[in-house]
Design a protein around this ligand. Structure first.
Ligand SMILES: C[S@@+](CC[C@H](N)C(=O)[O-])C[C@H]1O[C@@H](n2cnc3c(N)ncnc32)[C@H](O)[C@@H]1O
Length: 327
């Protein structure tokens, strides 16, 4: 556990105002993290403030985490709720006790630290080995106020895709029909439906991912403007499953190791003039541009960007590609 200090506890709606007031008076202990616990926010302070701009607050004892920047060279890890996941290569360079010790200082509320040993085809699920703590089967993670249930080791989930989910969702226009062929637990579909009045068809072959996607749609329902329809099928069957005469304005194909194997599906699902967001794993972006251009002849690449570093020397790129209007 972290060190015990005093915290100002406020309702989350008043947190921003309270933080500003405390900061103005130099009362915040800036080396510690401000943490949210349920509906409350805990702000570590040097001493009790006399008042807080009409905000009701309590003083409690707390054990906040330290800010990551205080550690000279923190291990690389993913944080999923009360679980931290490190790659096995991290342990090739550091002792497990050192990794766990640092993670517990940053996140004193951790319940478990796992090592990701490999990713299994074709559901892209991680093989996780418990390094410290008690086994955790499910976590709830947050992305821009949306909550996602993740079953560890049973579905693909990568918190580093949060910004990408948002970026793609912000490109969608109201009224679009979007097909996410490899949707996992619903990152892209939920971000899109929370921002736009779009109809999103979200498909994944993994039955557990499909089940969680449906749960995630339900638990976020109040935040959604658009409609999400969940399918549990091989992407190759999606052309037959579209309502008659309906084509997509936008297709998302996030299966970076194999996305170029579904060209016929993109052709059948996407309307002329529609946009394909194609994710490709490559060591060299210029080779990938050639591969994409050859696979989708006549289609126009309007942009590409590096989305994730995958391993030293390789990355996952998103290509934005427009299908010709006349085919
Ligand atoms: C990289 S993950 C996608 C993650 C998701 N887009 C996200 O942002 O979290 C790829 C997903 O494709 C699914 N998948 C693999 N082969 C498939 C296929 N032939 N048809 C449909 N889904 C497939 C896997 O189960 C996995 O959930």
């Amino acid at each position: 556990m972290g060190e015990k200090v005093l915290c100002v506890e406020v309702e989350k709606t008043y947190a921003e105002k309270a933080i500003k007031a405390l900061r103005r008076n130099n009362l915040i202990l800036e080396d510690y993290l401000i943490e949210r616990v349920g509906d409350k926010v805990l702000i570590p302070v040097a001493k009790t403030p006399e008042s807080l701009e009409d905000t009701f607050f309590r003083i409690v004892e707390c054990a906040p985490g330290y800010k990551k920047k205080l550690f000279a060279n923190p291990p690389s890890y993913d944080s999923l709720g009360e679980v931290a996941i490190v790659r096995s290569r991290v342990l090739e360079q550091r002792a497990p006790e050192e990794v766990v010790g640092t993670l517990l200082k940053i996140h004193p509320r951790l319940k478990a630290v796992y090592v990701k040993e490999e990713t299994v085809e074709e559901y892209r699920v991680p093989v996780l080995k418990l390094l410290w703590g008690t086994p955790v089967e499910e976590v709830i993670v947050k992305e821009y106020g949306l909550s996602f249930k993740v079953r560890l080791g049973k579905v693909y989930y990568n918190p580093r895709l949060t910004e990408e989910h948002r970026r793609v969702a912000s490109l969608v226009r109201n009224g679009e029909v979007v097909v996410d062929l490899f949707s996992g637990i619903g990152g892209f579909p939920l971000h899109i439906a929370s921002l736009k009045t779009a109809l999103v068809l979200a498909n994944d072959l993994n039955p557990t991912a499909h089940e969680l996607l449906m749960e995630n749609v339900k638990s976020n329902m109040k935040k959604l403007k658009g409609i999400v329809i969940a399918l549990n099928d091989d992407a190759r069957n999606i052309p037959e499953r579209l309502p008659r005469g309906e084509l997509a304005d936008r297709v998302i194909a996030n299966l970076p190791k194999a996305s170029l194997g579904f060209v016929e599906v993109y052709n059948q699902v996407l309307a002329p003039g529609g946009v394909l967001h194609l994710y490709v794993l490559t060591r060299d972006v210029y080779t990938a541009i050639d591969d994409v251009s050859n696979a989708l002849q006549g289609w126009r690449i309007i942009g590409h960007r590096l989305v994730l570093e995958y391993s030293p020397g390789s990355g996952i790129y998103r290509f934005d590609i427009v299908k010709p209007k006349h085919v």
